[in-house]
Design a protein around this ligand. Structure first.
Ligand code: MSP
Length: 575
């Protein structure tokens, strides 16, 4: 019966697809934001920005926020010696601030301590209860405060020496708990959840679908959805029973509904989410509990869960105890926030963990944003080549000749012809690293073309030169490549892309995805020259010169490093 209902709801969801609701997880306020948290938000933001570019008429909505209840938060506030509400305000504000500075374009920032959310949780609870999905029972088991979850014996590791048990998955310690709780009949939803997971492309990448299906191949136990108030008081009370508080994961998951105004009418216009971005550590909660809770409340589960892997530092998990947590604010002082966004989306892949390293970030940003992109813009705008400071139009006879006589011109044209389709395919799968790859390949082709067409020999006054029309055509072709790459890069580096398009005086109405579709240089470039924007600098991204002090490397590696430094210096001189 329920399975039939999911099919029917799915069908309706597809018909009303003008709304595109996207969420990030809500972030625990037990510690300050790090780059892993920012990564979840940047993925969701880039995804939404692409949707807006692609379908300007669709109603894209991005929601993020903070998860503020539970023992973990209670304890963190205690450690800091401040009242828990004040503590939540402070850390929540830091998330808001980081997201603001990283240009995460959110439509809502929800906090689980807000009244609108508490009301939604109470309503959701009553709905589950009135439909018979909740019962009271004596419960005992191992509880992991860090992960806020009960774990079964098979999910634990016993440290013989200390007698302490740890979660196999997260490595956090657990404690034995015996209490009377409310339970949710998760076991009754096993088939429905399995059906939902197996629906086309519900869980992406596919690796995580497989993980969920493995879990779902074993019988699901019912799950505890409340804790005694005398143990967990910093939480939402269970409606009509103030001896119990709502389990923090049930509380937290409902944020996705509260943000839309649930239970008021009107929330359903944007329900269900088109995409929910989550990290791999919270897959069970979003891939099993969440669809089960929703189905139990007669609501449609999300269309897609997009699961990403984690950032490690020197191959190790980031954690406060290892003192290796990367602070996004500090990182942005080294690379700029746009640089950090680019690095995270360029280097991170969803299906496996990525290693964060300063050397790698510096190398990528210098070679791709400063040299390949920034340098080309500076050269095309240089007063020596472009004294009138214009985005010229092509001269048809020179365009035809360049395309015929120069391989590099043909290669550039080929790249540009494929740019829109290729990048759309990659964006549709959130494969931002492949978008960046494709854009960089195009920009390399543009750099090659610029280099091999030798525009500096065509300046008036050059012996044997003085071919203004050909020079303008070369600059126009180069600017066309930059313009298109700028349009494509908007979701990844919104501010840098904006500066690039501003510099080229691309009107706001011609920055959406369809503006990429004009086929060749001849049809794509401006028909009459336009003035470049004199207010915007052509220096797009400053090279990162300072190197963090590294642990001393063996002489062989040090020599290699200084060789590559020389190479970089040479490149700088050349530009
Ligand atoms: N509060 C819960 C989520 C509730 S959603 C209803 C939570 N919060 S969290 O702050 O611990 O994590 C938020 C997000 O950050 C998760 O998607 C998590 O995977 C992600 N990351 C935390 N550490 C990370 C890395 N080291 N690398 C990448 N992402 C990581 O879980």
């Amino acid at each position: 019966m329920l399975i039939r209902r999911i099919k029917c709801l799915g069908y309706l969801g597809i018909r009303h697809s003008s709304s595109h609701y996207v969420t990030t997880p809500i972030f625990y306020v037990n510690a300050a934001p790090h780059i892993g948290h920012l990564y979840s938000a940047v993925i969701a933001d880039a995804h939404c920005r692409y949707q807006r570019l692609r379908q300007p008429e669709s109603q894209v909505r991005l929601c993020t926020g903070t998860d503020e209840h539970g023992t973990k938060i209670q304890q963190a506030a205690q450690v800091h010696g401040i009242p828990v509400a004040t503590y939540c305000d402070q850390i929540s504000e830091r998330y808001r601030e980081v997201f603001r500075s990283a240009n995460i374009q959110t439509d809502d920032f929800i906090r689980t301590t807000e009244q609108r959310h508490k009301r939604a949780v109470a309503h959701f609870w009553r709905t589950l209860n009135s439909r018979g999905h909740i019962y009271s029972a004596a419960y005992s088991g191992w509880y992991c405060v860090s992960d806020e979850t009960f774990l079964t014996d098979s999910q634990l590791r016993l440290d013989e020496a200390s007698g302490t048990r740890y979660s196999l998955e997260s490595g956090h310690p657990v404690e034995w708990t015996e209490e009377t709780n409310y339970m949710f009949r998760l076991s009754q939803f096993q088939d429905d959840v399995r059906h939902w997971v197996k629906e086309e492309a519900r869980i992406r990448p596919a690796k995580f679908e497989k993980i969920l299906l493995d879990t779902l191949s074993e019988p699901l136990p019912d799950v505890s959805v409340s804790r005694p108030s005398n143990r967990v008081h910093w939480a939402i009370p269970v409606p009509d029973d103030d001896t119990q508080t709502v389990y923090v994961w049930l509380d937290a998951l409902v944020n996705y509904l509260s943000s839309l105004g649930y239970p008021d009418e009107g929330f359903s216009a944007q329900w269900p989410p088109a995409q929910q971005v989550i990290g791999k550590d919270i897959l069970k909660f979003h891939g099993i509990y969440w669809p089960a809770f929703l189905l139990a409340a007669d609501l449609e589960p999300p269309h897609q869960l997009y699961v990403h892997s984690h950032w490690t530092v020197d191959g190790q998990k980031m954690s406060k105890s290892r003192h290796n947590v990367v602070d996004p604010v500090q990182a942005s002082q080294q690379y700029t926030m746009e640089g950090l966004r680019y690095f995270l989306l360029r280097e991170g892949v969803a299906h496996s963990d990525g290693n964060y390293s300063h050397v790698k970030a510096q190398r990528i940003l210098n070679s791709e944003l400063a040299d390949t992109l920034g340098n080309l813009l500076s050269r095309a705008c240089a007063k020596s080549l472009n004294p009138r400071q214009i985005y010229p139009s092509v001269h048809d006879e020179h365009l035809a000749d360049l395309l015929q006589s120069l391989d590099s011109a043909k290669r550039l044209q080929e790249q540009l012809l494929q740019l829109s389709d290729r990048c759309a395919t990659h964006y549709d799968c959130n494969h931002f690293h492949l978008v960046a790859d494709t854009v960089m390949a195009t920009l390399h082709a543009a750099n090659n073309f610029f280099e091999s067409s030798k525009p500096w020999l065509l300046k008036s006054g050059t012996p044997g030169g003085g071919n203004e029309a050909r020079l303008e055509t070369i600059i126009a072709m180069t600017m066309d490549a930059l313009r298109r790459c700028g349009i494509v890069l908007q979701p990844i580096i919104p501010q840098l892309a904006q500066r690039l398009l501003d510099k080229l005086s691309v009107p706001a109405t011609q920055r959406h995805w369809d503006a990429l579709d004009s086929g060749s240089f001849a049809t794509a470039t401006v028909k009459s020259p336009r003035q470049l924007d004199g207010q915007t600098s052509a220096l797009l991204f400053q090279r990162i010169l300072e190197e963090k002090k590294e642990v001393e490397k063996p002489p062989q590696q040090a020599a290699k490093r200084s060789k590559s430094k020389n190479k970089e210096k040479r490149r700088e001189t050349m530009s």
